[in-house]
Write a protein that binds this ligand. Sequence first.
Ligand code: CA
Length: 293
Amino acid sequence: MANQPELLVEELALLGEGPLWLPESKTIVWVDIEGMCIHLYTPGTEVKEAIPVGERIGAVVPAADGRMVCALQTGFAYLDLASRSLERIADPEEDQPENRFNDGKCDPAGRFWAGTMPLEGDSPAGALYRLDGDGKISTMLAGVGCSNGLAWNAEATAMYYIDTPTGRVDQFDYDVLTGNIKNRRTAFHLPPGQGSPDGMTIDIEGMLWVAHWGGSCVSRWNPVTGKCLESVQLPVSQVTSCCFGGENLDELYITSARDGLSDEQLQGEPLAGGIFKYTPGVRGVAANVFKNR
Ligand code: CA
């Protein structure tokens, strides 16, 4: 039988997102945005946990001091996994309760980038923010419809970015010393009829893996040539994000959603909201850590 994605663990999220591999504990972490919790699972074991955070959570990343940093509906906050306590950092959109945070990730210098989107509709009322280690928040992009996938190349000279309604993956010149981005251009478009680009990760060959919301697959792309290299079909339509994990970073973990699907659709895709494991034959790179010290 051909290599196919398989359900990793019996756990269906409303809106699964933001998978993240923690190498020390060999644990995969993901968020359920609408389920308002963080899931943790150690593959090959029975160790599974859900941590409620009391509001929508768009992304979570590890911090250098051992805590996690969350992009919550009401802004950035530290989370202590052991005590489950939250410590607020700041909310750059205190005056925009109609928005929430969505996808986010740390850059190669340990700054946390996360963006927002409107809770309703698709007006470009969102933005992309950068939280630096000293707690300073900068607005890096305005006019964002639905801030989603982020990735940096190994040389730390390029940042890739998805604003979902554009249907594109864009590329910026990235300055690792200052954290500035410039010279936005299109790397590639998802072909029509294959859903919308959502979360994204990068492998050691510099190729991008993009989750197709409404497209039932993740696809691998060469951002230099703009060519699609591979498409991996999933038994669910709302594919949200992916990351590399496992001890050798040779497994791809893929999240999905059941939120918004009709009862009839859910009957046709009973695993919607599941997290899947796929062995792509190429290794990924470890997630960057938020450098708060
Ligand atoms: Ca997303």
